[in-house]
Design a protein around this ligand. Sequence first.
Ligand code: NAK
Length: 126
Amino acid sequence: MTAIDTSKAPAAIGPYVQGVKLGQMIITSGQLPINPETSEIPADVAEQTLQSLKNGLAIVEEAGLAAKNIVKTTVFVKDLNDFGRVNEVYGKFFDENNAPYPARSCVEVARLPKDALVEIEMIACP
Ligand SMILES: CC(=[NH2+])C(=O)[O-]
């Protein structure tokens, strides 16, 4: 197992790594919507969703794969009333990256680190 480390995604905020590579498979940690350049979290759930997706993809790309290789995601949302807005951004992200939609689980959680509205983890395989 190799840890993945990139400045294009936010640094871990606890005792974990951004992602790991196991053979050819990549597993990212849950990505909060932290902009790696500013360390800011946008206020809006749509912008947060996009930032979390960008952070996850940056980790996947750092380890040598691409959006089309993402086979599974887990989306954690603070409020399932945001489901529609999250889906809109999420679908567009994969469309614009010419990638098929991965398998996915989406769950509402009581609270996320940094009081984020969304966190997304990814699994990618060649
Ligand atoms: C943000 C995150 N992935 C964690 O485990 O705290």
